[in-house]
Ligand binder design. Structure first.
Ligand SMILES: Cc1ncc(COP(=O)(O)O)c(C=O)c1O
Length: 385
């Protein structure tokens, strides 16, 4: 009887238990504790950033990013339509702003041509910023998501953000370890290129702390402010005074222990993901109408999620059911965000490719402990569809 092959599960094969036990023995379980500071130092060193702020989740890191970016109530923010909803809620509605949804290109990341087209032809650039011709609102920020660990086109987005006076927020929730290896940004990690970037350590991410995240910024005072706001904006730990509305968004010491152990494994996890991706690609890409979504050239992607593009003859949900019957877990790409909650009333732009990916992508098993044999079983099942 063959065993269940999950889509993406955590892999605790290092020092996780040891470090967590040390924290429990010392009774440091909450948000104060030396391990949170150590995890911040570890993240900053890995990402080559002056500092990192460890948070309760990727969503809270994104909310803090929006706050320190100064996005105002009534502003508009350009966001991708093809992403997880946590790219959008914290950077728009949480701060009273409204999203403008723009589609993706063939990389599944936000399409820079469409963003430029929207800014140039649907907005007016004034001395104090960009204004949407249709709504009159100030378009103050641009959220770029590195979808499935694939680097968005950052040289283009840097150029667009500068030209149109937009704050550039990177949602690198899925892209810890993805970096440029060539070109003007060689050596730069996803999340460290724009004004502010956020990572997630949720259970299905390349490393996990159960739930957790990190924020980095190229403005040191933004990172410092994010940390302050993440700890209830407390100004005096004895008197309990606070200088603004803050949040309980700091990572816990226990989560930081998990994170430190997982960071020791990160580069090995990435290599494992690359190896299994290559195995899938060699067997499936261009065979029987299937293709594997590639990762951007000139980068070392973390290869977090693998996207299988189905041929037109196959229906996505039937494929998912057929594979499930063989104990292989897969999933479709997210339902487009402009169809969620009440986002239907927000403006959309150039969604054709996003709709196509929504219809044709199936994410296939990619855990960091997926074996060569399990991968071969998935390949056989796909080729039999
Ligand atoms: C693209 C993207 N953005 C944001 C998040 C939110 O992160 P978290 O679940 O840690 O809040 C996630 C993951 O869950 C994600 O995949």
């Amino acid at each position: 009887m063959s065993s269940f092959i999950p889509l993406s599960v955590p892999n605790f094969c290092g020092n996780e238990k040891k470090y967590v036990n040390d924290a429990l023995d010392g009774a440091w379980v909450s948000t104060s504790g030396a391990k949170v500071d150590e995890m911040e130092a570890c993240m900053a060193a890995y990402l080559n950033m002056p500092r990192a702020v460890c948070c309760a989740s990727g969503s809270s890191a994104l909310h803090l990013s929006a706050i320190v970016s100064g996005i105002q109530r009534g502003d508009e923010v350009i966001v991708p339509d093809l992403t997880f909803i946590a790219s959008v809620n914290p950077t728009t509605r949480y701060v009273g702003a409204e999203p403008v949804f723009i589609g993706c290109d063939e990389t599944a990341c936000l399409d820079p041509d469409a963003v430029e087209d929207f800014c140039a032809n649907c907005c007016t650039l004034k001395e104090d910023g960009l204004y949407n011709n249709k709504t009159g609102a100030h378009v103050s920020a641009l959220v770029v998501v590195h979808v499935f660990g694939n680097m968005a086109d950052m040289p283009r987005f840097l150029e667009i953000a500068k030209k149109y006076k937009l704050i550039l927020i990177e949602d690198a929730a899925e892209a810890l370890g993805t970096k440029y290896t060539a070109g003007p940004l060689a050596g730069k990690f996803a999340g460290t290129i724009g004004d502010v970037g956020a990572y997630s350590f949720n259970g299905n991410k390349i490393i996990t702390t159960g739930t957790g995240g990190t924020l980095v910024s190229n403005h040191d005072d933004w990172a410092a402010r994010a940390k302050h706001i993440s700890t209830q904006a407390k100004t005096d730990v004895v008197q309990f005074t606070h200088d603004q509305v803050g949040y309980n968004y700091r990572m816990t010491n226990i989560d930081a222990c998990l994170g430190l152990a997982q960071m020791e494994l990160l580069e090995g996890f990435i290599q494992h993901k690359i190896d299994r991706y290559q195995q899938y690609k060699a067997a499936l890409d261009g065979v029987k109408g299937f293709s594997m979504l590639p990762f951007r050239e000139g980068t070392r992607s973390n290869h977090w999620f693998y996207s299988l593009l189905l041929p037109d003859r196959l229906d996505r949900d039937t494929v998912i059911k057929t594979l499930h019957a063989q104990k292989i877990q897969t999933r479709p790409v997210w339902a487009l965000i402009h169809e969620q909650c009440d986002y239907g009333r927000n403006q959309t732009f150039a969604l054709e490719q996003a709709k196509e990916f929504r219809r044709r992508i199936v994410n296939i098993p990619c855990s960091t402990n997926l074996t060569e044999e399990e991968c071969a079983r998935v390949i056989d099942a796909v080729l039999a569809l």
